[in-house]
Write a protein that binds this ligand. Sequence first.
Ligand code: PEP
Ligand code: MN
Length: 337
Amino acid sequence: MLLILNKNADNKEISIIKGKINKLGLEVNEIKELNYHILGLIGDVSKLDPGIFEAYKAIDKVIFVQEPYKKANRLLHPNNTEIKVNNEIIGGNKINIIAGPCSVENQKQILSIADDVKKYGAKFLRGGAFKPRTSPYSFQGLKLEGLELLKLAKQYTGLPIVTELTSLDFLDEYVDSVDIIQVGARNMQNYEMLKQLGKINKPILLKRGPSSTVEELLMSAEYILLGGNENVILCERGIRTFESYTRNTLDLSAIPVIKKLSHLPVIVDPSHATGRWWMVEPMALASIAAGADGLIIEVHNDPENALCDGNQSIKPDKLKQLMEKLKLIAKAVGRDI
Ligand code: PEP
Ligand code: MN
């Protein structure tokens, strides 16, 4: 149970209130101090004597958070979390597009794609340097060289960079040079990694595991939030179902569910969700219509020869067309882009 008290409650008052609540067989796990006025009681208050609250004016609000995620819970944080990254805000009214190749392949490739995605309205550049591949025989990424090339692309275009961290060994390098650290679907439940990411201040893009429930995703976010890093962006990227035509099944319903349960921003990855470039546009449009705060899209200038995920990568001119349609959808749902 979380107890929310007015900021000026003194220690004596707090311990008396805690004692009374404990006596009722309820446990206070956390105390938060806010400048709230009385907002009422949320949750199962049947066990509580309302006199407790009347007797101690220091209590403004008592919330029973029944869900296992506390800090990620919208009950405790009614307003949307807005995450400032360089000059952009993720989770506000504006929809943000993150675009770029699955993997950084060489200097020419990343600079050319970075230039194009910027021209067509993306506000962030994505690109994998360390790649978590299903097959050990597949291209594993340029690793630190890829990170250097991303930094170069940032220098040229000014676009903040988003890239996946696959090992804590490189955390320091990422903290120094990456604007948003991506935790891939495969690492969503790498709790040691999440704990370390809780100790830093960088925004974290946390992708949903292909077989994880929304609650499990929120519990993973909780690890980061609990460590003190409140800058967590959630990402729906498709889940594994019996359908095999698409690479994954995009769980569009996760968007309103997450929005209801949590205050954290949510973006969608229509590329990994579908595995097919021609499905990226309809799923991207549907995601924004369903309330997503942004998209992360794979864009490649030569998808046929891409070293990774060419099938699901759109060409830059497709991004341009998509952006025009996204503007219409954004307007229809009262958002800017
Ligand atoms: C990626 O974004 O390149 C990636 C590997 O995504 P996911 O972790 O969602 O599979
Ligand atoms: Mn990819």
